[in-house]
Design a protein around this ligand. Structure first.
Ligand SMILES: *Cc1c(COP(=O)(O)O)cnc(C)c1O
Length: 221
């Protein structure tokens, strides 16, 4: 079994290897280690190896695991990468440094209110339903400019766009499309790419890759 620290080195090396031909700077890419479902004792080795950026998809799970980890390893940065219900907005704003799945007006309103109450602005990625899939979250492509306008009006900082391309199809065209939507709408960040396709995402402009399995091994295993 490879250690988590060894896997971290390998993923960072892959990102660096892709950056060169893609004419990108390694420092412009943030590796989010997706630690959802993994217990604190599997996360601690990555923190001990110096990694500080992590992703969780459930507010309650993060509340259970992260206060103690943050005490033990100062400087950890936590990203909420999963769907968020409006009634958890207060807890999400309190716990996370970034939120990745802002995709609808009701959630925008709840988050803006929570941020006002907390006196803290949490930068959000606007999730785009890039494959136009009925069952998936994300702002419809045609509504993106209007929704981004509403996010700006609500004084919620926009960290970038985020997508989860359809499963089982070559993801590159969807990543390229998300990059074009970001450029067309004056948005800088791009949260795209997971364990199976983060190298492709980096080639196509990802600023944030969300990698779980390649760092921690299979979930629920
Ligand atoms: C779980 C998850 C990931 C990480 O997936 P891996 O394939 O394990 O790298 C990335 N993004 C989101 C939104 C997720 O829910």
């Amino acid at each position: 079994m490879e250690s988590a620290a060894t896997r971290l080195e390998a993923v960072n090396a892959n990102i660096a290897r892709i950056c060169k031909p893609a004419r990108r700077e390694v420092d412009d890419i943030t590796l989010i280690a997706v630690s959802k479902t993994h217990p604190a004792d599997k996360i601690a080795p990555l923190l001990a190896a110096g990694h500080r950026v992590f992703g969780e998809n459930r507010v309650q799970e993060a509340q259970e695991k992260w206060p103690a980890l943050r005490d033990a390893y100062p400087g950890a940065e936590l990203h909420l990468i999963g769907q968020l219900q409006s009634n958890k907005a207060d807890d999400a704003v309190a716990m996370f440094d970034y939120i990745h799945a802002l995709d609808r007006l009701s959630l925008l309103k709840a988050l803006a209110k929570a941020m006002d109450k907390a006196g803290k602005r949490v930068p959000c990625f606007v999730q785009v339903n890039i494959g136009d899939e009925e069952q998936k979250g994300g702002c419809p492509i045609g509504e993106l400019p209007e929704f981004l306008g509403k996010v700006r009006d609500a004084n919620v900082p926009i960290a970038g766009l985020m997508c989860l391309p359809p499963a089982g199809i070559e993801p590159a065209p969807f990543f390229a499309f998300l990059a074009k939507l970001a450029a067309d709408n004056g948005v800088e960040g791009l949260s795209m790419g997971m364990s199976g396709d983060y190298e492709t995402a980096v080639q196509l402009g990802a600023t944030h890759v969300r990698v779980g399995t390649a760092l921690f091994g299979a979930r629920g295993g």
